[in-house]
Design a protein around this ligand. Structure first.
Ligand SMILES: Cc1ncc(COP(=O)(O)O)c(C=O)c1O
Length: 472
């Protein structure tokens, strides 16, 4: 298969990905190299990250409270990790802080607890959001969703209307930098200007943006600055359990943390607590130092490669995919379909193949093509329902069935998503398999498991123990 990619600058990235050439078994017993088109869910680790961790681990020790050499070294590495993540999003550590935690979801929940929100406050979010940037706000404020256009872009006229309608009450605008379903980029700096003019702050959920585009929080006195940014390391080639929340120190210093305990204090008496400075106050307990180091190394690699090169490479992949996918009979792409507008989104493309269940297509790609994709609603139910154009009756019928324990008819799509190491030959492999699926040329007999909605090939067992299994 020919590799049509002309982005030679990033061709070498493939070799910097752990396991990029790993062979995986197919249903018919053959082995093929795995094609990972599920990077929006989680990316594989960079070799640079694993190498750095291997070099770091012999010196790993507790941070901040130990006096031995290893503790001193680990403390400096952990502090440096904060600085590197600040640089990655162009935050100023004089006024801002980087708080490490588990992931984007935890970071948004922390912010929802730490912002001084009341029931009268409004948080404006959009229909495009991942549940993680919607549900946490519902417990703390009145949440207003900005509509999406029919093809799935944020409806900015509706944003303006809602901002005006709730004037004086909007505490926060909470938007994804890029959608995890359609890949659409949101005009975050324009929205920031509008939010600030209305007296609100802005949070950018950069989980999906961070691996694809540069993030610039801009100086505090710039009306287009971003107040808060959250991101997950496992989506930026460092899957070691870390995420980060970056925002103004002042917001966190005015109060105690939502989790208290070791590491969060300066002085404790039997009756009083004097909280630590940032970020310690909001990083309760022993931190994930290894995860933070991994995240920092990944951020450093992305900065060294240059996010503009990553963006250019991925635009080329999206252009190529949008040209080739329609060759498959029955292909229906959601969101942007025009290859000429590939630059308006990150490398995430959702689609369906005729009337074939998205669960079944994804299963065949995995079992018979060695291609990893994701299918379903991608933790963005309202947005996917909108993109599919389902009416209330269809949604109610599906919901009732689902809540009764049967996911067989769950609506959804198949999603392919690119990392900076994918090439057009990966897309060629996908198209070749989809052509087969479209003409019914696949070997397995697939049985639907109603409780999960998944299709599994009858009579086949994954030989997982030949690859990796824990002793049990
Ligand atoms: C846009 C967006 N926000 C938030 C999340 C949640 O990220 P995490 O699972 O790392 O907390 C995701 C994960 O897919 C996402 O794509």
């Amino acid at each position: 298969m020919q590799n049509h990619c002309i982005c030679t600058g990033l061709a070498a990235m493939r070799e910097r990905i752990v396991g990029y050439d790993r062979q995986v078994p197919l249903l018919d017993g053959r082995l093929v190299s795995y094609v990972n088109l599920d990077n929006a869910a989680s990316t594989p680790p960079l070799v640079d990250v694993v190498d750095a961790i291997e070099r770091f681990l012999p010196y790993y020790s507790s941070v901040h409270r130990g006096t031995g050499f290893k503790s001193r070294l680990s403390t400096v590495a952990y502090d440096q990790a904060h600085e590197i993540i600040a640089r990655f999003v162009n935050a100023n550590l004089e006024t801002q802080t980087v708080i490490f935690g588990k992931n984007t979801t935890e970071a948004i929940n922390k912010l929802a607890h730490r912002l001084d929100l009341g029931r009268d406050d409004v948080v404006i979010t959009t229909l495009l959001e991942h549940h993680s940037n919607d549900l946490p706000w519902r417990d703390h404020a009145q949440v207003v969703h900005v509509k999406a256009t029919p093809e799935g872009r944020m409806d900015e006229a509706d944003f303006d209307r809602k901002l005006a309608q709730h004037a004086g009450k909007v505490a926060l605008v909470a938007v994804a930098g890029a959608s995890n379903v359609t890949g659409f980029l949101q005009p975050i700096h324009r929205l920031a200007r509008k939010a600030h003019a209305a007296g609100a702050q802005i949070l950018v959920d950069a989980a999906q943006m961070a691996p694809h585009r540069a993030i610039d929080m801009k100086p505090d006195d710039d009306p287009a600055h971003l107040d808060f940014v959250v991101l997950s390391a496992h989506k930026m080639y460092a899957p070691f359990g870390t995420g980060a929340l970056i925002g103004p120190k002042g917001v966190f210093l005015r109060d105690g943390p939502e989790y208290s305990g070791g590491g969060t204090v300066r002085v404790v008496t039997e009756t009083e607590v004097y909280w630590a400075d940032m970020p310690d106050r909001d990083e309760a307990g022993s931190p994930n130092v290894v995860g933070a180091v991994a995240m920092a190394v990944a951020a450093q690699v992305l900065m060294d490669v240059g996010m503009e090169h990553v963006a250019a490479h991925e635009e080329e992949l999206v252009t190529y995919a949008l040209r080739r996918l329609p060759e498959v009979p029955g292909m229906k792409i959601y969101g942007e379909t025009d290859p000429a507008r590939a630059g308006e989104k990150v490398g995430v493309i959702p689609w369906n193949l005729g009337q074939i269940s998205h669960f079944l297509v994804a299963a065949i790609l995995g079992y018979e093509g060695g291609i990893g994709v994701r299918s379903g609603c991608f933790c963005a139910h309202p947005y996917v329902v909108h993109l599919l154009g389902l009416d209330e009756a269809q949604v109610t019928a599906w919901r009732t069935q689902f809540l009764g324990g049967d996911k067989s008819n769950m609506p959804g799509m198949v999603r392919i998503s690119f990392g900076c190491y994918n090439t057009t030959s990966d897309i060629d492999r996908l198209i070749e398999m989809l052509q087969r699926v479209a003409r019914g040329d696949y070997k397995g007999e697939y049985r639907l498991e109603p409780s999960s909605g998944e299709y599994v090939p009858v009579g086949y067992r994954d030989a997982l123990a030949d690859y990796f299994l824990l002793e049990s």
